[in-house]
Write a protein that binds this ligand. Sequence first.
Ligand SMILES: Nc1ncnc2c1ncn2[C@@H]1O[C@H](COP(=O)(O)OP(=O)(O)O)[C@@H](O)[C@H]1O
Ligand SMILES: [Mg+2]
Length: 255
Amino acid sequence: MAERRLQGGIANAGQVVRDGEHVLRPASEHSASVHAYLRAVRRAGFEGAPWPVGIEEDGRERLEFIDGDVPLSPYPAWSQSDNALASIATLLRDLHEAARDFDPRRHGWNEALADPAGGTLVCHNDVEPSNVVFRDGLAVALIDFEFAAPGRPIYDLAQLARLCVPIEDDFDQARIGWRPADRPARLRLVADAYGLDEAGRKILLAAMVDALDRVEAAARGRGVPVSKALGGIEKYDRRRRWWREHEAAFASALR
Ligand SMILES: Nc1ncnc2c1ncn2[C@@H]1O[C@H](COP(=O)(O)OP(=O)(O)O)[C@@H](O)[C@H]1O
Ligand SMILES: [Mg+2]
């Protein structure tokens, strides 16, 4: 069967193709580590991630294709439902549980979006709607593990919240296609669906600040202009301002 280019994608836009039952995407120096991790979580009984088939001689990785719907920006209404959000958080909890016995120490990882506080559990670090496969409006699998790296699970959940609640200035929310919603209530839903305990709720907000800092520093550090279509570099100032104005409402939603 011929290779067919898949729609969407951000870092690898236009380079991810479907080849029958498989997906081919550019590999990196960390792909072997990611494959070891994916094999471990699948063997631990987690089915919501692609089985890694291998790394090809042409420099691409081959993964299982997971059938379903992947929402692309502007995100369709069904992907913005509370049930969709809760199902993503539940899936992340199951991934974290399945990863508990995987030891990351003998592997190298892409640290670009990794938890600045460090940690021992390999996290996805980039759970946004376009990296989730849905069926009937509910999340069934996570894809795009290229930023997987060791960290604290609370940081992975904070990244999910930042990207899926989302934490974004009104202008940028509209740009990506998010509709107005009660975002503090959506953050509470993330914590509830993940099954976050009291101690976790107390540090979730601080982990979200870590995540906001981390992605902004990564974007500024790259020294490559952020295109207007992606909001320009000014979006980080807008996001920061919006967060300062709304942080208290998120804090009280978690109490
Ligand atoms: N294993 C997979 N199963 C199903 N669809 C996939 C899979 N991997 C990638 N895709 C599709 O290809 C798109 C781009 O792949 P992704 O790995 O997210 O690339 P990028 O790193 O550019 O974001 C995804 O949004 C999804 O639609
Ligand atoms: Mg992606």
